[in-house]
Design a protein around this ligand. Structure first.
Ligand code: PLP
Length: 397
């Protein structure tokens, strides 16, 4: 560890975000190792992506077996993993049909298209989709317009019209925006990038009832909150509701590019020519998806996510009390600690740069820290992470 740090020459990599002068070279469960041999306790996991941690053996096996068998027959043909994963997802949800994509944004684009198509067929061309302040749905032109980040709907103008914004957990604010053109309401059951803000049960159930009564579709974006993250296979299951459309991303691939658009039979109205994509349902990625979902559904697994979420919550609450912070919130293993001042960014850097072992966390708002560890993180690692936090908070407060 006393060797001088190796420098990183990344001049040919397009600049899109500041990155620290290091490269990640290896991962195992909840730990990452960089090019200098330094280890990091990873509570980011590729942005809530690696739900089974780094280098999960089941995923590696699925990749190896499928790579030797068939990587890509083209989307013009069915393949076995595509069908098996579709069945697995529909058998464990209220949806009947699945379209696989490569990213969350692409799945959400598909959801927007499907809702608009349904509006053309069943609602005289209604096309508006009500979304929410502070929501995040992706970085394509349409999903940026759908997102509730200030300025995102015009950043690359002209962008896609038809996404009025309501306030989360305020049903009246939704009702006020409804017009003849309204075809759907789209929301994250727990806003992730917005700062880990759960939707209340009262709001979600009220929204489902209201949308049903008014012939409006309900779309849940579970790219971040789905696939076991909140302690249930799908986050909307906490609310005892059945949406019409759901999108999955991140966790469904456990780290590989895989996403899904799911819909009920009543809503799945694409006809040939409407939807596609070169890699949709390719067997290499869907084989990994099968391994991921089967591991999430293994007896006791989701229960253990809920128990670990409870442990993390309790630990964060005691940290909050010890340091006079503003509490914590979240669901399962998607949680945030609310700070008393805007020191989130500083803490993220200090955590990463500490020695001998770093800690990877994230600050989606300046006064907030977000935690999205592997769903199989150990209790010890949760306590270790919290003790590092205590150490850092002593340093800065
Ligand atoms: C990350 C995220 C997306 C976008 O997913 P990509 O795979 O980055 O395109 C969409 N919705 C939510 C809720 C997300 O957290």
């Amino acid at each position: 560890m006393n060797k001088p740090a190796q420098s990183v020459d990344a001049h040919s990599v397009m600049f899109i975000t500041p990155r620290p002068e290091l490269m990640m070279v290896e991962g195992k469960c909840s730990w990452l190792t960089d090019n200098n041999g330094k280890r990091y306790l990873d509570f980011l996991q590729g942005w809530a992506v690696n739900c089974l941690g780094h280098s999960n053996p089941g995923m590696i096996e699925a990749l190896n077996v499928q790579a030797k068998k068939l990587i890509n027959p083209s989307p013009a043909f069915y393949n076995e993993p595509m069908i098996r994963l579709s069945n697995l997802l529909t058998n464990n949800s209220c949806f009947n049909k699945v379209f696989f994509a490569n990213s969350g944004a692409e799945a959400n684009e598909g959801a927007i298209k499907l809702a608009r198509k349904w509006g053309q067929l069943h609602k005289s061309g209604a096309f508006e989709i009500i979304t929410f302040d502070h929501s995040f749905h992706g970085r394509t032109l349409a999903t940026m317009s759908a997102s509730g980040k200030p300025g995102w709907d015009t950043m690359f103008a002209p962008q896609v019209a038809g996404f009025p914004k309501a306030e989360l957990n305020d049903l009246e604010s939704v009702k006020k925006l409804v017009t003849e053109q309204t075809v759907a309401v789209m929301l994250e059951p727990v806003q992730g990038e917005g700062g880990v803000i759960p939707t209340t049960k009262e709001f979600m159930q009220g929204l489902r009832q209201f949308t049903r009564e008014n012939n409006i579709l309900l779309i849940v974006d579970e790219v971040q909150a789905g696939c076991g993250r909140t302690g249930k296979l799908f986050a909307h299951q906490h609310y005892d509701i059945e949406p019409d459309i759901m999108t999955l991303g991140k966790g469904i691939g456990g780290g590989v590019p895989l996403a899904a658009l799911m819909a009920t039979d009543a809503v799945a109205c694409f006809v040939p020519g409407d939807q596609g994509g070169t890699y949709n349902g390719n067997p290499l990625m869907t084989a990994v998806g099968i391994s991921v979902i089967e591991q999430l559904l293994a007896p006791g697994f989701l229960e253990s996510v809920r128990a670990k979420g409870e442990l993390l919550s309790q630990e964060l609450l005691s940290i909050s009390a010890e340091f006079n912070l503003q509490g914590e919130r979240g669901e399962g293993l998607l949680r945030a600690l609310i700070l008393s001042s805007d020191i989130g960014g500083k803490l993220v850097e200090l955590a990463r740069d500490r020695n001998p072992e770093g800690l990877l966390i994230n600050s989606p708002r300046p006064n907030l820290l977000r935690f999205m560890p592997a769903l199989n993180v150990s209790d010890d690692e949760i306590r270790q992470m919290c003790n590092i936090l205590r150490e850092l908070l002593k340093e800065v407060t």
